[in-house]
Ligand binder design. Structure first.
Ligand code: PLP
Length: 976
């Protein structure tokens, strides 16, 4: 029996079978009475068969007549082989029915013989479409491809030696045969050029690439997913129609290319899939080198085949609809040079490729004395830059000029260092921060000479490029080049080429004709830097040390020395070492919008605060037993923000300490021990504040471990609590009843503690009149009212400086921290003189650092800047703007249940169903991960972890707020 040969029989229109005919075929040949739905395919006719109750029976496949029976038998044999060999991999096997053939032979109207069979229907749905794929899902796809290869390694069958256009061993031939169908000549040239360049590499390696039977088409369309704890993960393979003998690594290349059509899946985002495949079926050295060229070839084959198929089968919507995707894959596959991706893959596998070090015969630029050359550190951790003034390349020039004024003979940047000056805030993609050469600023004109015998490639007014055996050197900038250097001219080592009169850029490319951009994005820097060399030695300087910005390594070290119970953000967090306003900068120069830092209200790296602290540190830091001005000034300022009779201040170091002290004050004042708190709230980690905290998000055992002196009233959640909407007015009488009940039992409480704006649930206003009623009840029982303003105070809600003002009450004790110190450990308890005096019954009060001069200067400066920069007003304006935009977005995304909050204290509550309010916790976590990839730091909150907390620094601009909403909209639209 002859096997298929694409190059003998190119035209493959899908068999023209209608659903009605398919129904008849199922009945007549397989005894199956089924509802039939047509499924798309590029070359076969496929129909989903459902039973009368809608249950799936299988997929009726009527193979393209070009394929022989033995090829179909091979596919069915491979499917059952895989499912037997690799437990956990589901494969679409032939479901042979007793009394019926495994493969039925039909005759079409025109007499053609067609083969039909029913294949198992695998549940779970495919990964089709352009939606975003998480790194974990990409990895699962790579694992599945690896496991399939592992399973088929020993598989043999007479039906596998076919000649398919999809077999990448024939990729170049396929492109040559089909490229003519690409009518856009520009695109055709691009496809042919990319394929030719890739084939050059692959053909050389071909002999060393292992060959076996492969599935050949493990793509997003041909896998089905199971829902695991980690999300929907591909674990089943369908459609073995491209089963063939080929290079094993081709299986991976096909899988990788299919990822490239998904939202945000640029070449670097496929590395998790490659790593996962490699972990199952290790790639050999030749396979590593061939992989990305094969991805390019697959993309080229997809494009030419897609256009060809659409031209011969214009009615095949599946084929025509895929064309845009196929172009997208091609464009992404070729967006980065193959050498760069190959170097990235080598690096991922920790295969080093040490490059030769070449020393020049004479220095490119003579007379640079290493001892008088200053290296300009432009990293995120550099001390050369002051707060905020660095997000601008012009800063490089200014810093260089300053160093020259200070006596440097020349200033040079560090090769390969991610530069903070090249960072870009509010950018969904990592910006190009890594320099592939160096900038040089000589203090006086310097002579440029050929470092080795070379040929002049270009010599213009501002550029000279010369090529020798060690690669090409480009010098660009303020040059005076001799006019006797035509391109093509050979020069001896030491030939004077001209002078550099000012700033020049120097790049040394190892491969002369591979252009390398001046700056590249960090996720490709390993790859790009493998194509260049540090020009330092060319200038007579030592090579610069590679920049240490490995966040993973740091994370591992942290795990070794830092208590693991301490909370952290993200599984693989970026290394953040700098901040500015509402932006945070990672060591690779990536800028993140900080939407969670409710502590740094003035923003990060505030120069006024930094200067004030530095001045005070130089002058004095001691403790509040001494008599100094700042402790008095801060106490007066704080008291002045509060209504009478709250006039007496204790200064501590944190919100937990403040809460602890507030509880002790209440106990001391009343002589009682019992405390009433609101369920699901968080008040701190000290013994007492932890006891009154029942948020299971902060302590999963909170409810079981609550001591007997703590009593809770129901969480007054008007959105998802026992009483919703208007019924929320019932929470107050309920709480009052509990307090009165305690009093009646002879257990009257010392205090009622509550956040006056319900923070832990995502920033919800308490029901109208709630605190009035509850404060009245606790006071009637002889207890005190404590307002925990640690999160919600200090103007964050925009409309009120203190959140209790919203409830039109005055507490007996107020606790504050977080915003008060903008991140410096600083907290306070403010109460009445009478209550404060009662503390005497507990002894003295002293906190070594609470109220220290440095802390007080911080506290005063925060209040100054808060007022001067109008941050409360900004919280109101930006908060209202955000709310309008998020509410608009909610009309398009059902996942958004509601938006809580006021000002810059908001919570976006995500639900699976707006009627049942089922919390979308996994979705919220996944959204946060995806938002981070797009440059936004946002985190879940609440007991159900389904609320996105929106609590940015209060200096956030409207532009940043819009960026946050735009990115969230994008994630909700394109997947997470
Ligand atoms: C409402 C509330 N109270 C108290 C605290 C404890 O503050 P700190 O972390 O400064 O001890 C927190 C901290 O998250 C809080 O949110």
């Amino acid at each position: 029996m002859t096997l298929f040969d694409f190059f003998q029989a190119e035209e493959l229109p899908v068999p023209a079978i209608t659903p009605a005919q398919a129904r008849d075929i199922a009945k007549t040949h397989f005894g199956v009475d089924a509802e039939v739905t047509a499924l798309g395919s590029q070359q076969d006719a496929n129909f989903l068969l459902n039973g009368s109750g809608g249950e799936p029976i299988g997929v009726l496949k009527i193979a393209n007549p070009a394929f022989s029976r033995i090829e179909l038998e091979a596919q069915d044999a491979a499917a059952s082989y895989i499912s037997q060999t690799e437990s956990g991999v589901r494969a679409a096997t032939n479901v042979e029915r007793p009394g019926h053939p495994a493969i039925a032979e039909l005759r079409a109207d025109d007499g053609t013989v067609l083969y039909a069979r029913i294949i198992a229907y695998l549940s779970g749905g495919t990964m089709s479409g352009a939606q975003y794929v998480t790194p974990d899902r990409a990895a699962a796809l790579g694992t599945l491809a690896g496991r399939t290869c592992r399973a088929l390694a020993e598989f043999e069958h007479p039906g596998v030696d076919r000649i398919l256009q999809w077999d990448l061993r024939h990729a170049m031939h396929t492109v040559e045969v089909l490229a003519a169908h690409v009518t856009d000549t520009h695109r055709r040239d691009a496809v042919e050029a990319a394929a030719t360049a890739a084939w050059r590499i692959v053909a050389d390696l071909g002999e060393d690439l292992p060959v076996q039977v492969i599935h050949g088409d493990i793509t997003d369309d041909n896998v089905v997913c199971s829902t695991l704890e980690t999300g929907r993960m591909p674990d089943g393979i369908i459609d073995l129609g491209d089963l063939t003998r080929s290079w094993t690594v081709a299986e991976l290349a096909v899988t990788v290319s299919s990822l490239l059509r998904h939202e945000g899946c640029e070449p670097a985002a496929t590395l998790p899939a490659i790593a996962a495949f490699d972990a199952v079926r290790p790639l050999g050295p030749a396979e590593v080198e061939a992989l990305w060229p094969l991805v390019v070839l697959r993309a080229a084959v997809l494009v030419v085949s897609g256009i060809h198929q659409a031209s011969i089968d214009a009615d095949n919507e599946y084929a025509t609809g895929a064309l845009d995707y196929e172009w997208g894959i091609f464009e992404r596959a070729t967006a980065v040079p193959m050498e760069v991706m190959t170097a990235q893959i080598r690096h991922m596998r920790r295969v080093s490729h040490p490059a030769d070090t070449v020393t020049p015969d004479t220095p490119l630029i003579g007379g640079l004395d290493p001892t008088t050359v200053v290296r300009l550190d432009l990293s995120v951790e550099s001390d050369a830059m002051d707060s905020g003034v660095w997000l601008d390349p012009a800063v490089e020039q200014n810093l260089a000029s300053a160093a020259i004024r200070d006596g440097a003979a020349a200033v040079i940047t560090v090769f390969g260092q991610p530069r903070v000056t090249r960072s870009a805030p509010l950018s969904p993609e990592a910006p190009a921060t890594v320099g592939t050469g160096v900038d040089l600023w000589p203090a006086t004109p310097v002579t440029i000479t050929a470092p080795w015998p070379a040929v002049i490639d270009a010599a213009t007014a501002d550029t000279v490029i010369l090529t020798g055996t060690a690669g090409a050197v480009e010098v660009r900038g303020a040059l005076s080049i001799g006019d006797d250097l035509p391109a093509g001219h050979g020069v001896a080592a030491g030939t004077v080429l001209g002078t550099a009169d000012g700033h020049v850029w120097v790049q040394w490319r190892r491969q002369p004709d591979a252009p390398v951009p001046d700056f590249v994005r960090p996720q490709y820097s390993v790859g790009w830097l493998s194509l260049v060399a540090d020009p330092g030695p060319l200038l007579g300087l030592e090579p610069a040390a590679p920049p240490p910005y490995d966040s993973e390594e740091l994370w591992r070290r942290r795990a070794n020395s830092f208590a693991s119970v301490q909370e952290h953000y993200y599984d693989n967090p970026p290394r953040i070492e700098r901040g500015w306003r509402e932006h945070m900068l990672a060591t690779d120069g990536r800028s993140y919008l900080d939407m969670v830092n409710n502590v740094a209200i003035l923003g990060h790296g505030h120069p006024v605060l930094a200067d004030a602290v530095a001045r005070q540190w130089r002058r004095l830091n001691t403790n509040s037993r001494f008599n100094y001005g700042s402790v008095v000034a801060l106490s007066e300022r704080l008291a002045a923000t509060l209504p009478d009779p709250l006039d007496t201040v204790f200064l501590v170091n944190s919100g937990s300490e403040a809460g602890d002290l507030a509880l002790r004050l209440a106990m001391a004042t009343t002589g009682r021990h019992d405390i009433v708190a609101v369920a699901e709230a968080y008040h701190g980690w000290t013994y007492a504040t932890d006891a009154v905290s029942t948020s299971v998000a902060d302590n999963p055992n909170a409810l079981e471990t609550r001591p007997s002196w703590v009593h809770t009233v129901p969480s007054p959640n008007a959105y998802r609590g026992d009483h919703r909407g208007r019924d929320a007015s019932r929470y107050a009488p309920e709480a009052v009843g509990i307090i009165e009940g305690l009093a009646a039992q002879g257990n009257p409480p010392a205090a009622f503690i509550c956040e006056p704006f319900y923070g832990n649930a995502g920033g919800m206003a308490l029901p109208d009149g709630y605190l009035k009623a509850v404060y009245a009840a606790v006071r009637a029982a002889g207890g005190l009212a404590i307002a925990d303003e640690v999160q919600v105070g200090y103007g964050r809600t925009g409309r009120w400086f203190w959140a209790f003002q919203q409830q039109e009450v005055v507490p007996d004790i107020v606790t504050v921290a977080k915003a008060m110190g903008n991140g410096q450990p600083l907290g306070a308890v403010i109460t009445t003189r009478a209550i404060a005096d009662k503390y005497r019954t507990q002894g003295y009060f002293f906190s070594s650092a609470g109220g220290s001069p440095v802390s007080c200067v911080v506290g005063l400066t925060v209040l100054d800047v808060l007022e001067k920069d109008g941050l409360q007003e900004n919280a109101l304006a930006i908060g209202d703007h955000l709310k309008v935009r998020i509410n608009e977005m909610a009309t398009r995304h059902d996942l958004i249940g509601t938006v809580h909050g006021s000002g810059l204290y908001m919570g976006i509550e995500l639900v699976r169903d707006r009627a049942t309010l089922e919390p979308a916790a996994e979705e919220t976590a996944a959204i946060c991960e995806r938002m981070r990839e797009l440059g936004v730091i946002v985190q879940p909150t609440g007991d159900r972890q389904n609320v996105l907390k929106v609590k940015p620094p209060m200096c956030i601009t409207r532009e940043s707020a819009d960026f946050f909403v735009d990115m969230l909209d994008r994630v909700l639209t394109t997947g997470f």
